[in-house]
Design a protein around this ligand. Structure first.
Ligand SMILES: [Zn+2]
Length: 494
């Protein structure tokens, strides 16, 4: 597709509005968003998907998965999970991913990663296909793109992180100028090629300390020798900060050994917590490297924000905040809402309560074998509840019950309060909107909590009741059952 100018788009939109007399979602001031991938529009048709969104759930904002190599937001249902009661009744076993809009080569001069066109739906540009219809209905359109790649892409190798053990990782390094160049290129491409209303970027990753100690759901599988990043760009940045690279490598190597010992149930003589803390005191470079990694991620937020505003000051820029924010107190400490004021118009804080149950159990299981190895898992769960101000189910009941709407309410209040307390550097900036991510049918394991309409109604009500400026139904339409989608609408109309 050739690059459409904003004027051409405006014309298309005007024609579409007049011709079809399509319903327009009334503007209520609240953003009621939904995450949706190209595959749903291809399978079910743009008009019928948008009709349903408006009719069933009062949706007024589309968060279209424009870029990802992950099926989680961009594909159909995860193979093995039950297919929902709409869309094509088969799995997309050949899912590939990439850029689901057109890629305009002129923007990608500062990165070797250029060939990113998703081959999944040949000839279908999701933004060009959805924008005219969406805008004629006054639905906002956000590009939703995430930090998820695959290793077999042409030109990706120079951008990849390097692990502690010296291997190339599947993830990209934020301190590598080509990686910053890539995100800048993609952002500029979206904003100059399409009249979108905003962008939302997400990076579900954490620094090497949290990663090494397995402080995440699914964290028990993390190999502490494969934490990142120790590439030349990171080493250069470390030197500029006065961090001794060799000491950091040594510290992380010892940390990896301690994690391995802890996991094999060799209780250190002085206990787990003391041994981990002792290592942090002996090697402050461990936390210095953790901060270095975090600063790289934050600079990506800041760079996307500044570039977007320089192209179009009215564009709305915000971030998907990873679910680990609800589990790991270490990761949570690094997500400072007040600091986000410097480069955010909105935050989609993930508050997936149903899958949150099994995920929290997985986090507890992981850290009760490392830094909290002195405690049984029940005690670690209790500690987590106390540190994070939750009142939820016992370890036995949690996988089946999930987290409650009360968790959504508490986390919404915390986020709203957090962004309202300005950091000194951001006094003059306006307060970012809080749009909690609401869980509708996010896959869980066998015998684990599944979403029911009542869960959705309660979660939406809890978020809005606690002061949220909207909600984003997640993670993607192609895995949602219709009764659960309609439940969101029922809560909004009540
Ligand atoms: Zn690096």
């Amino acid at each position: 597709m050739s690059e459409l100018s904003r004027r051409e788009f405006a014309k298309l939109i005007a024609v579409a509005s007049v011709a079809s007399g399509v319903p327009q979602t009334p503007t209520t001031g609240r953003t009621i968003g939904i995450q949706v991938g190209a595959v749903s529009f291809v399978d079910e048709g743009v008009e019928s998907v948008l009709d349903r969104f408006q009719r069933d759930a009062n949706i007024n904002a589309l968060f279209i998965a424009t870029f990802s190599y992950g099926r989680g937001i961009a594909g159909r249902q995860v193979p093995g999970q039950p297919l929902p009661d709409h869309g094509k009744q088969e799995y997309d076993a050949a899912f590939h991913g990439g850029n689901f809009a057109s890629t305009h080569g002129n923007y990608y001069q500062h990165t070797s990663l250029k060939k990113i066109a998703a081959p999944d739906h040949p000839g279908f540009d999701v933004l060009a296909s959805v924008l005219p219809q969406a805008q004629s209905r006054r639905m906002k359109v956000f590009c939703w793109y995430e930090d998820v790649f695959r290793g077999d892409l042409e030109g990706i190798e120079p951008l990849q992180e390097v692990t502690l053990s010296g291997k190339k990782a599947g993830t990209l390094c934020f301190h590598n100028p080509e990686v910053q160049g890539f995100w800048q290129a993609l952002t500029e491409d979206y904003l100059r090629s399409y009249p979108v209303d905003g962008v939302m970027w997400g990076s579900e990753r954490q620094g090497p300390f949290g990663h090494a100690i397995g402080a995440a759901h699914g964290g028990g599988r993390a190999n502490p020798l494969e934490v990142t990043c120790f590439c030349d760009f990171c080493k250069r940045e470390a030197k500029a900060r006065g961090i001794e690279v060799q000491r950091a490598v040594e510290g992380y190597t010892r940390l990896a050994a301690l994690v391995r010992d802890s996991r094999t149930a060799n209780r250190p003589t002085d206990g787990s917590f003391v041994s981990f803390w002792r290592l942090l005191v002996k090697y402050p470079e461990i936390l210095a490297w953790e901060k270095l990694w975090n600063d790289g991620q934050k600079s990506t937020y800041a760079n996307i924000y500044q570039l977007s505003k320089s192209i179009r000051p009215d564009i709305r820029v915000g971030w998907h905040i990873w679910h680990n924010n609800s589990f790991s107190p270490f990761y949570r400490a690094e997500q400072d809402y007040a600091e986000f004021r410097q480069y955010s118009d909105f935050l989609k804080v993930v508050m997936y309560n149903n899958c949150g149950g099994p995920r929290l159990v997985s986090f507890v299981d992981s850290v009760s074998r490392t830094i909290f190895g002195d405690f049984p898992p029940e005690a670690v769960l209790d500690l987590t509840y106390k540190m994070q101000n939750y009142r939820e189910a016992t370890l036995t009941d949690l996988p089946r019950k999930g987290l409650s709407a009360d968790y959504v309410e508490r986390e919404t209040r915390r986020a709203v309060a957090g962004v309202s307390s300005p950091s000194p550097a951001a006094k003059a900036l306006s307060t970012p909107k809080i749009w909690p991510g609401i869980d509708i049918d996010i896959p869980t394991g066998k015998d684990e909590k599944k979403t029911e309409p009542q869960d959705v109604r309660e979660a939406v009500r809890a978020a809005l009741g606690a002061g949220a400026d909207g909600v984003i139904l997640s993670r993607k339409y192609s895995e949602m059952r219709l009764a659960n989608l309609r439940a969101a609408g029922e809560a909004l109309r009540a």
